[in-house]
Design a binder for this molecule. Structure first.
Ligand SMILES: [Ca+2]
Ligand SMILES: [Ca+2]
Length: 443
């Protein structure tokens, strides 16, 4: 039998809410909409026109929410985020529930093309922000999102594509610069079709045009994490952490078609145009002399123009991951004895699948281990909760000798032991389900 709630109980309830959610009870909400006006008060009836106005609005306090109404925005200036929230009171920038916002950067002024031109969004020492999509930044002159300094930024369901239209360098999907940046999380984000359309002074246009656009270029910072992210058709690398001095951690991230122009969404005007040889790694954890100790868990790199993974430098940890059908090596630099690679396979990579060290312990990998080698659907719509889609591609067959053949590396598994590769076998028929990963790292 339900007891009616007395006024006293209400007060207790309210005081609990106040105690546990001090930032949300009195949070104010501001609105931005295509067709809005920065002279407006930012209400739902009379919204602002620009995110910059919502940010600069003097009344905006930590804990407040800025809602973006659905539609396409064409900002005429770079949007600079510099306000600082605090641990209990994040600023929230969110698509309005049920709506999708597109930020087209084509009208943002050009900037210095050799420094990467002007990013569409610039997080300049901003602190404690949550950005919640679906928000799609596209068509930017420089990077879609550039982060320099600052800390505690979370990006959820943010997509960044076709950036670098006026950049010779650094026209990446997401770009983190500066060792003072820390505590950045990309959750369920996508970066695709990023490329630098120009070439640097003194360089050969034919060789250098379109290169150097990565999905994620992480050049520094501490406690940078990517979870459930995808990178495809970026004309340099999917993920590039070269020279990042501290560890980046990636979990359930996919890289595909790096260094290869798209047939249907061509960047260069020459559909399927490949970049020069040695451009287009899927996942580039680092290069010679790099000492950042990056970690990848259940990550997959396939069909890239160059290596599936570049793992020179390190030491790196690669657990339950894979390289499939890449045009050069599966793991370039895997001979580096300091790397740990466990429960991980390479298959059908042109210049070799292993590298000869502790990969899959001599277990052979063949077509018969998988229920499908068709990658259709991998770049399709995400699940309703924002998670990665779950097609049959590279899911293990019941009879595969990769099932339960791994060693315990501290992440959850099904059956008597972890399987080899990113997708744990869990069901006897149909599409296996990814078990929830127990994150032991950095937290
Ligand atoms: Ca790169
Ligand atoms: Ca297992």
């Amino acid at each position: 039998m339900f007891k009616s709630i007395s006024r006293k109980d209400c007060l207790i309830f309210l005081s609990v809410v106040t105690t546990f959610f001090p930032g949300t009870l009195y949070a104010k909400t501001y609105y931005v909409a295509p067709g809005g006006d920065d002279g407006h008060p930012g209400t739902i009836e009379a919204p602002f026109a620009t995110v910059q106005k919502a940010h600069d609005n003097e009344a905006l306090q930590p804990g407040d929410i800025i809602y973006l109404r659905g539609g396409t925005y064409y900002p005429t200036q770079q949007t600079v985020f510099s306000k600082k929230g605090n641990t209990n009171n994040y600023f929230v920038l969110s698509s309005y529930p049920g709506e999708v916002s597109v930020i087209d950067g084509k009208n943002v002024p050009e900037g210095d093309i050799n420094a990467g031109s002007t990013p569409t969004w610039f997080f300049n020492k901003a602190e404690y922000w949550k950005v919640r999509g679906p928000i799609h930044l596209t068509n930017g002159r420089g990077a879609g999102v550039f982060i320099e300094g600052g800390r505690f930024l979370e990006f959820d369901l943010v997509e960044s594509s076709y950036n670098g239209k006026r950049a010779a360098r650094a026209g990446h999907g997401f770009f983190i610069y500066s060792s003072t940046t820390s505590d950045i999380l990309f959750n369920n984000c996508d970066a695709h079709h990023n490329a630098n359309h120009l070439w640097k002074s003194g360089e050969d246009q034919l060789v250098n045009q379109y290169q150097h656009g990565d999905g994620w270029r992480i050049f520094g910072g501490t406690n940078i994490r990517l979870v459930g992210c995808r990178a495809w058709h970026n004309l340099d690398d999917g993920y590039d952490f070269t020279q990042a001095e501290n560890s980046v951690e990636m979990t359930e991230c996919w890289a595909v078609y790096s260094g290869i122009d798209d047939a249907e969404g061509s960047i260069t005007g020459t559909p399927n145009k490949p970049m020069p040889r040695w451009e287009g790694d899927g996942i580039k954890l680092g290069y010679e002399n790099d000492t950042g100790q990056h970690r990848a868990i259940r990550c997959l790199s396939w069909n890239n123009h160059c290596h599936g993974w570049t793992v020179r430098g390190g030491p790196y940890e690669i657990y339950n991951s894979a390289a499939y059908n890449n045009a050069e090596e599966a793991f370039s630099g895997i001979g580096n004895m300091s790397n740990k690679r466990r429960n991980t396979y390479g298959f059908r990579n042109r210049l070799g699948d292993g590298g000869g060290r502790d990969g899959y312990s001599g277990i052979s990998v063949s077509h018969g281990d998988f229920i499908s080698l068709d990658d259709s659907g991998m770049l399709g719509l995400r699940k309703a909760d924002g998670g990665l889609p779950n097609p049959k591609f590279l899911k293990l067959a019941r009879s595969s000798n990769l099932v339960d053949a791994g060693v315990d590396v501290g992440i959850t598994f099904v059956g008597s032991a972890p399987d080899i590769g990113p997708f744990e076998y869990t069901t006897a028929s149909g599409v296996p389900v990814l078990p929830k990963i127990l994150l032991l790292l950095h937290d």
